[in-house]
Ligand binder design. Structure first.
Ligand code: PLP
Length: 399
């Protein structure tokens, strides 16, 4: 008899994972993978932060039991998340307007947020930026939503088409869900200015939209507080909104899956009801989150010494990425590349939309073993002092 799986079709390959597979199979010793979405240090390795290592050693020494966590995760962790987002002693926490649940990375936070929203407003349309992190669409579609794009990137100016974005927001039906990159836009590296964020907040208020801020890179642009400008502009507005946050990058804890969903309600009593429903969503997905990653982040953030050490290490990652941005631009200029790449310096976060065409990206791969996403997205954090000259040479030859 036929297998019950006989009709299962092969799913399309994830474009980024496909790139990694091709890179791994490449036997050239000078190959470079600029397609990744993680931070590598100057030795080309994913760092284990010293603050994380210290917290882990202390935790291991204590040998804590491994009981279940509360459905919404560790209280100390959730408070630490809120303090990073809104600042310690913030008015929202005081007013009981914050509901935070530990989640399985930023992805898990988006997923429980999407599932919660689907119960709340099943007919709403979700709008994501054009372009966006490729999982945004799939994630909200898998929660059952219709997903559309709002105008965002302007290839001509290499910045944001803000007029187009704002006009689109003002045209959407009340109750529409708007997914916004809080900082370090992935994949373009183009962010809104503070003044533009204020206009987005007003547009959301005017149209009755439901903002969902995705904060996956807090601390990677300018610093913890500076990168929270959008979050704090919404916080000051009195609106209700959603935030997914992630410590994958800022703590270099990718595989531990540490993130959180924060829902900003109108008040304490409402928060109780919202949390009770969010817990149902979590309970029926994975029951409660794992212990280790959240415990480590909470331990680092609640100890003054470890926190200072972490902030220094975070600044080190941010500064190294910036140095790679300026370094690449200078090296291209030094190689007399006619095309102006200076915009790369002004982009924020790990990524740059370089403007390299799909054909140029192919050439980089075929002739030099340098892998980038076909859209021209490169990860600056994959550059280092050993490979940057080679990459600049190769780009100078293909453009
Ligand atoms: N949101 C954006 C914009 C991202 O770039 C990423 C990771 O690449 C995530 C969410 C997911 O983060 P996590 O690995 O914590 O699930």
């Amino acid at each position: 008899t036929a297998s019950i799986f006989a009709a299962v079709e092969m799913a399309p390959r994830d474009p980024i994972l496909g790139l990694n597979e091709a890179y791994n199979a490449d036997t050239r010793s000078n190959k470079v993978n600029l397609g990744v979405g993680v931070y590598y240090n100057d030795n080309g390795k994913i760092p284990l932060l010293a603050a994380v290592k210290a917290a882990e050693e202390a935790r291991l020494k204590n040998a804590p039991p491994r009981g279940y966590q509360p459905i919404e995760g560790l209280g100390a962790y959730n408070t630490a998340v809120q303090n990073l987002l809104f600042g310690a002693g913030n008015a929202l926490a005081e007013a009981g307007r914050l509901v935070t649940a530990e989640a399985l990375g930023g992805t898990g936070a988006l997923k429980i947020g999407a599932d919660f929203l689907k119960r709340l407003s099943p007919e709403a349309t979700v709008y994501i930026s054009d372009p966006s992190w490729e999982n945004h669409r799939a994630l909200f579609e898998s929660a059952g939503f219709k997903v559309e794009n709002y105008p965002y990137y302007d290839a001509a100016t290499r910045g944001v088409n803000f007029a187009g974005m704002k006009a689109a927001l003002l045209s959407y039906a009340p109750g529409s869900i708007i997914v916004l990159h809080a900082c370090c836009h992935n994949p373009t590296g183009a962010d809104l200015s503070d003044a533009q964020w204020a206009e987005v907040v007003e547009a959301c208020r005017e149209r009755g939209l439901v903002p969902f801020l995705d904060m996956a890179y807090q601390g990677f642009a300018e610093g913890i507080d500076a990168d929270a400008v959008a979050v704090r502009a919404f916080a000051a507005s009195g609106l209700q909104f959603f935030i997914s946050s992630s410590f994958s990058k800022s703590f270099s804890l990718y595989g531990e899956r540490v993130g959180a969903l924060t829902i900003i309600t109108s008040g304490k009593e409402e928060s109780g009801r919202v949390l009770s429903q969010l817990k149902r969503v979590i309970r029926t997905n994975y029951s409660n989150p794992p212990i280790h990653g959240g415990a480590i982040v909470a331990a680092v953030l609640s100890d003054a010494g470890l926190r200072a050490q972490w902030e220094e290490e975070l600044a080190g990652m941010r500064d190294r990425i910036r140095a790679m941005r300026t370094g690449l631009v200078e090296k291209l200029k030094a190689r007399n590349v006619a095309q102006d790449f200076s915009f790369v310096v002004g982009q924020r976060g790990m990524f740059s939309y370089t403007g390299l065409t799909a054909a140029q990206v192919d050439k980089l791969k075929d002739e030099y073993g340098i892998y980038a996403v076909s859209t021209g997205r490169i990860c600056l954090a994959a550059l280092n002092n050993q490979n940057i000259d080679y990459v600049a040479d190769a780009i100078a030859k293909v453009v």
